[in-house]
Design a protein around this ligand. Structure first.
Ligand code: ADP
Length: 445
């Protein structure tokens, strides 16, 4: 194309020169050289201006014009512009098709997707599912402030957190109170966020059905078990000669089942519960009780120590926190062979606090650690059963910590021991009152 344009330009130049030479010749014959040259120069200039006009009109034209047929540089230029126009149109068409395909894909998504301007927090675009799930409709909602449009959803605080916003696991749709949504904020460019809302109504319903089922079954089992347990307690081996070991085993198993039912009920209650009021939990008596319990369970087989830096107390439910820590202490005693030691420690860490239970017991191989808080997950079923475990202890601990904005960190090495640490953030920690740090008579929570 470039070569063609250059040769067309040379040709036009040569023609202009020829015309001037011809004009000079005719002028010389007529004795009017300058006049002839001037006339040809004016005509040439006029022609160039005429072609320039044509070129301008062609480049402004939105219509598809036929290609120029001449061989001058103007024709070559016109053809070049027409070629570029064709290419631009084809590219535009391709882009449009792609855009339409993406929009169709976004509209086909079952989740509501809303593009939000990061600075103004206004709605830029949304897909079709945003209609039934969030109540966004048509062009009228574009450009509106997201927080106001989706009221009464509590989004103002959430949007401020931006990149660090944790997903909202359960929110009621502003459009239909029967729809429950899971909301995620995805910052995908410097200027835009993507709000993704998923309908989790069915999922939450199933979850509730499962929870209710477990709670109901556990509840129904409680009474028959109490009766069986009661009768077994009344039966003396002397009254039934030869049944001693059998009665003993039956008592053990019925106790195990009772404990299992109690743990299942505790879990169901914790699952259905939302974080409650924050009571000031005085930790000195709680720690003393834990140490006493550990000693009672160990019956002198372990050395139990207590470390307390005396600076912090916790905020939350004393009953639940005690139950979580007591589970960890009981595990430490049950999974540490005779002669081992157990250390209960509470210390301030930054703005938060950590309560840890360390033992020198059997330890846990690293592949089991991520699954320990799952219900009924046991590293060794026989060891757990022998020691009276239900497989639900750590699951209960995890739920209780979740209700207190805390989390469980587990470090363990096979043959060396384990450390279970409950990490609390500043929201559930308070500076200890001086009078509390003086060890008191341990209170039973
Ligand atoms: P269990 O009632 O079986 O003890 P948990 O949920 O309390 O159930 O614990 C789950 C499993 O984690 C236990 O079966 C045991 O294998 C392991 N585990 C818990 N604590 C310890 C510990 N301190 N040392 C070694 N293993 C432990």
């Amino acid at each position: 194309m470039q070569r063609h344009l250059r040769s067309a330009w040379l040709r036009t130049l040569a023609y202009s020169f020829l015309w001037l030479c011809l004009a000079a010749l005719v002028g010389a014959l007529a004795g009017q050289v300058w006049m002839a040259l001037a006339i040809v120069a004016i005509l040439t200039l006029g022609w160039h201006h005429w072609r320039l006009r044509g070129l301008i009109l062609r480049s402004l034209s939105r219509r598809r014009l036929p290609p120029a047929t001449g061989s001058s540089s103007w024709d070559a230029l016109e053809n070049l512009i027409a070629h570029n126009q064709r290419q631009t149109r084809a590219r535009k068409r391709r882009l449009l098709e792609m855009l339409q395909a993406y929009r169709a894909a976004a509209d086909a998504l079952p989740d509501a997707v809303v593009v939000v301007d990061r600075n103004t927090q206004r709605i830029e675009w949304f897909n079709q599912a945003a209609g039934p799930l969030l109540g966004l409709q048509g062009m009228a909602d574009r450009g509106k402030a997201l927080v106001q449009r989706l009221q009464p959803m509590p989004l103002a605080h959430w949007l401020t957190a931006g990149r660090h916003a944790e997903p909202i696991l359960d929110a009621t749709s502003p459009h239909d109170p029967n729809i429950r949504l899971h909301l995620r904020l995805v910052p995908y460019s410097d200027h835009r966020w993507l709000l993704v809302a998923r309908d989790v109504t069915k999922l939450l319903h199933l979850e509730r059905v499962r929870r209710d089922f477990v709670a109901n079954v556990s509840h129904e089992l409680r009474t028959p078990l109490t009766v069986v347990h009661g009768y077994l307690d009344m039966m003396e081996p002397e009254d039934f000669p030869g049944t001693g070991p059998m009665l003993e085993e039956m008592r053990k198993q019925s106790q195990r089942m009772t404990q299992l039912v109690e743990d299942l009920l505790t879990l169901s209650r914790l699952e259905a519960q939302s974080p409650g009021e924050l009571d000031n939990v005085s930790m000195a008596p709680v720690l003393a009780t834990l140490q006493r319990e550990a000693n009672a369970l160990s019956q002198g087989r372990h050395r139990v120590t207590l470390e307390d830096d005396g600076t912090v107390d916790l905020l939350g439910s004393v009953r639940e926190l005690h139950s979580a820590f007591s589970n960890l202490v009981s595990n430490a005693v049950r999974y540490t062979p005779e002669g081992g030691s157990i250390a209960i420690r509470l210390a301030r860490e930054g703005q938060g606090a950590t309560l840890s239970v360390r033992d020198t017991g059997y330890g846990i191989a690293s592949q089991h650690i991520p699954r320990l808080t799952e219900r009924f997950y046991r590293v060794s079923s026989s060891r757990s059963r022998e020691s009276g475990g239900t497989g639900l202890g750590l699951s209960i601990v995890k739920h209780i910590l979740g209700l207190h904005n805390a989390h469980l960190v587990i470090h363990s090495e096979v043959g060396k021991g384990s450390e279970f640490s409950c990490r609390f953030d500043a929201s559930h920690v308070t500076v200890r009152n001086d009078t509390d740090s003086v060890p008191k008579e341990p209170a039973t929570p």
